[in-house]
Design a protein around this ligand. Structure first.
Ligand code: ADP
Ligand code: ZN
Ligand code: ZN
Length: 811
């Protein structure tokens, strides 16, 4: 028998291996097998196809071993991978790499780490497993090669795989994704006292050490009310010391136990199935969506900010799980906040799992298995949640469907998760609900053309109206108050006096986006990228936002030698400083990638803001996404011009979405919401549409532009980047490629040109942007031709070191 096997690499195609007769009865599609590639590279690949027909022209090598007893992925997932690889022009191996958790990937590069609190039961281990466990206990981590040496054999995958399954070690793919498994100490009663009689006797005969008794009583109370008692919690709760606890342990009354903190710990709470009653217009919308979904697989819920879309999703999900099926609720990564998670948990309890890239591999594997078995019914996740092994997925909700972060940029597969979800749902015969207050132009176009169903909800919950918008013309303001105009400052003061909160939005972090020489206009740039440097005052350095390099502050112009610079424009850091100076005593916090690094910090800030410990939150896009605070009366968009001035066909769309979404954070539950937009182009059409909250006018305006220039949705875009450390080689390769295309394709190409940012991490970039017909046959043909010419470049003696990046439907 022969098997086509996907291995996690960017290969031009899948290769075939032979299945030895002795293993034939044990292999199934979707299982992992160990294979050799070349002389000494070993991979755990996934069987995609089985066949009895020997491939032409060569004798496939045999597989070495089988790793699984049952498939780890369903065949429908493999079909999705195949489509993604074809559509996004990458290899199935690259899709596999993105799709499965690292525990399920083993390769020659893998490193195996001792599970911190593994309880190793020798009886349960084979000799080889024992040898490796012992070595792991001493060395803490082993590479695959070390394991091969220890066992004195090449084929060690099955053994390693068993050790992973037994919880003795974990896999780390490369050095970069190191993670730690958190564990915490829990306290329980010693078995001797779990009988009530024994406990009673103990308590009644207690003589000395009253503090210890207090602690014990507190423990018993806590155990009764909370179920589980962690050491940290009980010490805090009982206001007791470690010594007192230790004494109780030494007396054999309490015992400690180290447990992994399992953040997902499928909690078996049922959740409060008591939903909010929907308002009449929400009920109408819900029914409308359900009717639309009877005839169409995809439907758009266009609901203004604060209309209660989440409530509608929850009702839709509830229907699905009542039927015993699975639902996926997708959100942009950053919108996956504790706030959202809390809300869903409140409804659905333990049947919800959260899945995103910040989770450690253990947690990911746990979810993987529970989704596969069907135990987990609802997944709340970012784009990668699409790759879980759903048993019977029948609804996908894509909240904030317009959000650019649904597109993966780097590395391949560069997929658009919304579009991929739509394809997948069609394949599975599942339904998709796209939700947004500001639908993407493509989605709204599809709804208008009846490709998608459409439901409009134009009422805020509790009848609150959308906030009023005031434009402040920055041209007419005193020069020294460009950042905080008197109008904005007065409004902030008034809001805070009323005990309400403020959000200020500025889409640039740092203090000043750049320094400019007052004499000649020279601007300091990154040495590795074609990017101007941003001044960060707190760190006192200039930093490149593309590669992260920091530079000391420049004092002398490199072009003219003069020493006087002025700062141009401003970022969040400077706004924060100005606020602190102008409004002493007011609590200001900043939310951007400089001071909010992880999920926890993000959640923490949101919580502080919710609890009103912060009066003004200044932030970048991070403050925009889907947050629901009821006490925010004022939103300020500090520099709207910066949203309108850049060179991209989506600039209008993004600017509208950003301003409308951030405005939507104001006055969500009352009529006092107000938005102040500081802008010099007050007559800009987009600014006017935002002022009127008029999505439809915006769309009518924008779709004309798109049609006129044949931009999506009237074509598909494809970008091909040529990257090389030498500018002329990158340029020539791009040109050579362009010239090899036929005249018909050439007509649809923009470029070769240098993109706005033409050097990143020391590589020069030349770009070809191609508009392709949306007609599937033509699209396929065009891709085939392009791929052919790309292959030629890749073997061309002069250009073969040029890195070529293909991006379909780029952002
Ligand atoms: P959207 O996602 O459309 O912007 P949300 O779903 O966040 O709006 O709803 C806005 C606010 O109104 C939330 O605080 C939500 O809990 C509340 N809300 C919406 N619908 C209802 C309802 N039917 N009953 C009670 N509260 C509701
Ligand atoms: Zn100068
Ligand atoms: Zn740089």
């Amino acid at each position: 028998m022969y098997a086509e096997i996907i291995i996690p690499l960017a290969l031009p195609k899948n290769y075939t291996w032979m299945i030895p007769t002795s293993m034939e009865s044990d292999v199934m599609i979707g299982m992992r097998v160990e294979v050799m590639l070349g002389a000494n590279k070993r991979y755990a690949g996934i069987i995609k196809k089985l066949s009895t027909v020997k491939p032409d022209g060569f004798d496939p090598k045999p597989i070495i071993d089988i790793l699984d007893e049952e498939p780890i992925v369903y065949e429908h997932q493999l079909k999705l991978w195949e489509w993604m690889a074809e559509y996004y022009m990458c290899s199935e191996g690259e899709v596999m790499q993105a799709a499965i958790p690292s525990h399920l990937k083993i390769s020659s590069e893998s490193i195996f780490i001792l599970q911190e609190d593994a309880s190793i039961d020798i009886k349960n281990l084979s000799d080889s497993e024992y040898i490796i466990s012992e070595a792991l206990e001493i060395k803490k981590e082993l590479s695959l090669i070390e394991i091969q040496k220890l066992l004195n054999k090449k084929s060690v995958y099955p053994i390693v795989n068993k050790l992973i399954q037994k919880g003795i070690c974990v896999v780390q793919e490369t050095m970069r994704d190191k993670f730690t498994i958190k564990s915490e100490i829990y306290i329980t009663l010693h078995p001797d006292y779990r009988e009530e009689v024994a406990l009673e006797k103990l308590l009644n005969t207690w003589s000395r050490a009253p503090k210890q008794l207090d602690l014990l009583l507190a423990f018993l109370h806590f155990q009764k009310t909370e179920g589980e008692v962690s050491q940290k919690a009980i010490l805090a709760k009982a206001n007791a010391s470690h010594a007192q606890l230790k004494a109780l342990i030494e007396k054999g009354v309490l015992v400690t136990e180290k447990r992994k903190v399992d953040r997902l710990a499928v909690d078996h709470t049922k959740g409060d199935v008591h939903f909010h009653a929907l308002t009449p217009s929400q009920t109408n919308a819900l029914q409308d969506i359900q009717t639309k979904l009877e005839i169409q697989n995809v439907s758009l819920l266009h609901g203004i900010t604060g209309s209660g879309k989440t409530q509608i999703y929850v009702s839709l999900i509830n229907e699905i799980i009542k039927q015993g099926k699975q639902a996926l609720y997708m959100l942009p990564e950053i919108a996956l906040t504790a706030q959202m998670i809390r809300r869903l948990k409140q409804y659905f309890g333990g049947s919800v799992a959260i899945y995103h890239s910040k989770f450690n591999p253990n947690e990911r594997v746990e979810i993987w298995n529970k989704v596969k078995s069907g135990e987990i019914k609802i997944v709340l996740g970012a784009r990668s949640a699409l790759f879980l092994p759903y048993k019977n997925l029948s609804l996908i909700i894509i909240d904030e469907e317009h959000d650019p972060s649904y597109k993966q940029q780097e590395p391949a597969p560069r997929y658009q998760a919304r579009d991929t979800a739509i394809y997948y749902a069609n394949q599975l015969n599942a339904k998709v609900v796209l939700g947004s207050a500001t639908p993407s132009v493509e989605t709204f176009y599809n709804a208008k053309n009846k490709k998608f169903g459409y439901t409009y909800l134009n009422e805020r919950f509790s009848q609150a109206s959308l906030p009023k918008i005031e434009l402040v013309d920055t041209k007419k303001q005193p020069a020294d108050s460009a950042i905080l105009t008197p109008v904005l400052l007065a409004a902030i003061k008034k809001t805070i006096e009323n005990k309400k909160q403020v959000i200020l939005f500025q889409n640039r972090r740092g203090y000043a986006p750049y320094f400019i020489c007052e004499t000649c206009g020279w601007i300091p740039h990154c040495k590795h990228c074609d990017v101007t440097l941003t001044f960060h005052k707190a760190k006192n350095l200039l930093s490149c936002h593309y590669c992260g390099t920091g530079y000391p502050i420049v004092n002398t112009c490199e072009a003219c030698g003069k020493n006087s610079f002025k700062q141009k424009s401003f970022g969040t850091e400077q706004i924060e400083e100005k606020l602190t100076l102008s409004l002493p005593g007011v609590h200001v916090a900043r939310m951007d990638y400089d001071n909010v690094k992880g999920k926890n910090e993000h959640d923490h800030l949101i919580q502080q803001f919710e609890q009103k410990q912060i009066d003004i939150l200044v932030g970048t896009q991070m403050v925009v996404k889907g947050l629901d605070f009821e006490n925010v009366d004022l939103v300020g968009i500090v520099d709207a011009d910066s949203l309108l001035n850049f060179n991209h066909y989506r600039v209008n769309e993004r600017a509208f979405q950003m301003m409308e979404q951030v405005s939507g954070r104001a006055g969500r539950k009352n009529d006092h919401g107000k938005v102040i937009i500081q802008v010099s182009q007050t007559q800009h059409p987009i600014v006017q549409y935002v002022k009127d909250h008029d999505y439809f006018a915006f769309y009518a305006f924008e779709i004309q532009n798109r049609k006129h220039f044949a931009y999506p949705p009237f074509s598909r875009l494809m970008s091909i980047l040529f990257k090389h450390p030498e500018n002329n080689i990158a340029e020539e390769a791009a040109l050579h490629f362009f010239q090899s295309l036929g005249p018909t394709i050439q007509k649809t190409v923009l470029g070769p040109a240098q993109p706005n940012i033409n050097r990143v991490r020391n590589k020069y970039i030349w770009e070809l942007s191609i508009k392709i017909s949306k007609q599937p046959q033509q699209l396929k043909l065009a891709k085939q031709q392009l791929l052919h010419f790309i292959r030629l470049i890749q073997v061309h003696p002069r250009y073969k070191s040029v890195q070529i990046v293909i991006d379909i439907d780029p952002n």
